[in-house]
Ligand binder design. Structure first.
Ligand SMILES: *[C@@H]1O[C@H](CO)[C@@H](O)[C@H](O)[C@H]1NC(C)=O
Ligand SMILES: *[C@@H]1O[C@H](CO)[C@@H](O)[C@H](O)[C@H]1NC(C)=O
Ligand SMILES: *[C@@H]1O[C@H](CO)[C@@H](O)[C@H](O)[C@H]1NC(C)=O
Ligand SMILES: *[C@@H]1O[C@H](CO)[C@@H](O)[C@H](O)[C@H]1NC(C)=O
Ligand SMILES: *[C@@H]1O[C@H](CO)[C@@H](O)[C@H](O)[C@H]1NC(C)=O
Ligand SMILES: *[C@@H]1O[C@H](CO)[C@@H](O)[C@H](O)[C@H]1NC(C)=O
Ligand SMILES: *[C@@H]1O[C@H](CO)[C@@H](O)[C@H](O)[C@H]1NC(C)=O
Ligand SMILES: *[C@@H]1O[C@H](CO)[C@@H](O)[C@H](O)[C@H]1NC(C)=O
Length: 459
């Protein structure tokens, strides 16, 4: 395995990516993220210490967070308020945010999740999943939670949120969980969310989960979890639209960024897609997952996704689409470009045989539509398999387009393809025949140019 020292390398890579990308996204019209959160000023601010919080890493501060936020309710219609978390170690259970709130961490502040599962209340399953993702029934509420909110900012000068996930990973591994594990941050049914300038470590489960949200910006965050920690995805936009994720370093035990939209019959009937998603300037290691993934829960549909300037190391997959009969839904109009991979087992993985169903009531005839996926300008070194591209018998995946993809592959059989068709241009090693039709920009998806995020400034 290759190892890297990231502190300086990350900055270099981000700088290089910024230079490469500058021309392609500067000054494009139609931004949806620029409108959000920009320089939101909160006329009122309190510190969590004013509500009795003690930053010794031992005192449980759940009540202090709850009381502070309850107090700040009265400022919601007066321009909103800021809750400041000063330097210190602030142990807490789950707490819930309100609208027009900025949660702001000092650079030396660490919010630490309690290791007692009873400090993470159990809430209803998501309607688009029908049950907890891991176990039937409810799920533990995220450490920082929010529902039905508008205008929420979670930020800091690189302060830290530490989920102390290791106890949850052990409960998962020894099968003693009673409910699905919690996230570090989950916002549900919310609009106008900014998560920026923070470090998230050791999430019990997926770290950042916006679900049924619109206008979400995740910018300049670091997300870290050990390579073998189970299901510690980085950022999972789920049935959400107008989402921008940029300038992040993510190294976890599962997917770095993965777009979802509900699970089998529950996701089909809830029918809320993920769309208009822009991902750029991401560096990371997906030791047991993929750098950029779509699915496997995609039953509400996923479309209009653009990912660019991605640099991946030491990963199981680079780019991955996961689905299964029973999911229904669609993944279409996806454009992934300018990806550099080093030491990745499978550069591109598309599978229609992912499996995993919420229960026995899924409809095996609900076949997903996978269509108009373009992957271009990819280079890879120390790659084992170039791609495993597998559609579903009787449900071919169509218009899969690869252009300017060059992978230095060690396997003697670099591509494995079935039930998949598309177009290509300048791909090495040579692709499977069903994808060798000449690339045509009229049939391959070329992304809608939506710019985002450049000008967003938190309070
Ligand atoms: C939040 O919004 C959803 C969708 O509009 C609604 O079903 C739910 O009742 C709301 N919850 C609360 C607590 O208001
Ligand atoms: C990212 O966060 C660091 C630490 O808080 C800060 O110094 C830097 O300016 C931020 N960069 C951007 C692009 O916001
Ligand atoms: C933020 O802190 C993390 C953890 O200490 C560090 O790895 C990262 O480089 C910092 N990010 C920035 C932008 O300074
Ligand atoms: C499972 O892991 C938890 C957390 O480390 C531990 O407290 C518990 O004793 C373990 N249970 C079993 C049955 O191994
Ligand atoms: C599961 O429930 C049992 C019985 O109530 C309890 O003792 C145990 O602590 C719970 N486990 C977790 C991880 O919450
Ligand atoms: C997605 O973006 C397009 C183009 O900017 C816009 O027309 C469309 O309404 C957006 N979709 C959603 C769900 O916001
Ligand atoms: C792949 O390997 C060849 C020969 O070792 C080398 O010339 C080429 O630059 C490599 N390609 C990439 C993308 O690193
Ligand atoms: C992140 O921090 C930088 C440097 O302090 C600041 O300029 C920027 O506005 C912050 N970004 C967001 C989205 O909060």
């Amino acid at each position: 395995m290759l190892t890297y020292v990231f502190s300086t390398q990350l900055l270099e890579i981000l700088t290089i990516l910024a230079i490469i990308g500058e021309s392609s996204w500067a000054a494009l019209p139609g931004s949806y993220c620029k409108e959000m959160g920009s320089s939101t000023y909160r006329p009122h601010s309190v510190s969590v210490t004013e509500f009795g919080a003690v930053g010794d890493g031992i005192t449980l501060n759940t009540k202090a967070f709850q009381n502070a936020i309850f107090y700040l309710h009265s400022f919601a219609d007066k321009g909103g308020a800021q809750l400041f978390v000063p330097a210190g170690k602030w142990l807490t259970g789950s707490f819930s945010l309100i609208s027009h709130l900025t949660l702001s961490l000092d650079k030396d502040a660490v919010i630490i999740g309690s290791m007692d599962s009873s400090d993470w209340p159990v809430i209803d399953p998501l309607p688009s999943y029908g049950r907890g993702r891991e176990l039937p029934g409810g799920r533990h509420q995220s450490l920082i939670h929010g529902s039905n909110l508008t205008d929420v900012i979670i930020t800091g000068g690189n302060g830290t949120v530490d989920g102390q996930g290791c106890v949850w990973w052990e409960w998962f591994n020894n099968h003693t969980l009673n409910y699905t594990r919690p996230h570090l941050i989950e916002l549900m049914y919310s609009k106008g969310v900014v998560i920026s300038n923070l470090t998230f470590i050791n999430s019990p489960f997926w770290a950042i989960h916006p679900v049924y949200c619109s206008q979400v910006l995740v910018q300049n965050v670091t997300i870290l979890a050990p390579p073998d920690s189970p299901n510690t995805d980085g950022i999972d936009p789920d049935s959400s639209d107008n989402v921008c994720i940029e300038d992040c370093y993510i190294s976890t035990g599962d997917d770095l960024i993965v777009i979802k939209s509900g699970w089998d019959e529950y996701g089909i009937s809830f029918a809320r897609p993920s769309s208009n998603i822009s991902i750029r300037h991401i560096v990371g290691e997906a030791n047991s997952g993929a750098g950029i993934a779509l699915g496997s829960e995609m039953s509400g549909g996923i479309s209009n996704v653009r990912a660019e300037d991605i640099c991946l190391f030491n990963s199981l997959y680079g780019i991955r689409i996961k689905t299964s009969p029973g999911r229904g839904g669609y993944v279409r109009h996806i454009h992934i470009s300018n990806v550099i991979m080093t030491n990745v087992k499978t550069a591109i993985g598309i599978t229609g045989r992912y499996g995993e169903h919420p229960d026995e009531n899924y409809d095996p005839n609900a076949l997903p539509v996978i269509d108009m996926i373009t992957i271009e300008d990819v280079s890879g070194t120390v790659i084992k398999h170039a791609g495993t591209l597998e559609g579903i018998k009787g449900d071919n995946f169509n218009s899969i387009c690869l252009s300017n993809v060059h992978l230095n592959v060690t396997s003697k059989h670099p591509w494995k393809c079935s039930y998949i068709e598309g177009f290509s241009n300048l791909v090495t090693p040579e692709l499977c025949e069903s994808l060798r039709n000449p690339y045509q920009s009229s049939v391959c998806y070329t992304a809608n140019h939506f710019d985002c995020c450049n000008l967003v400034q938190a309070a």
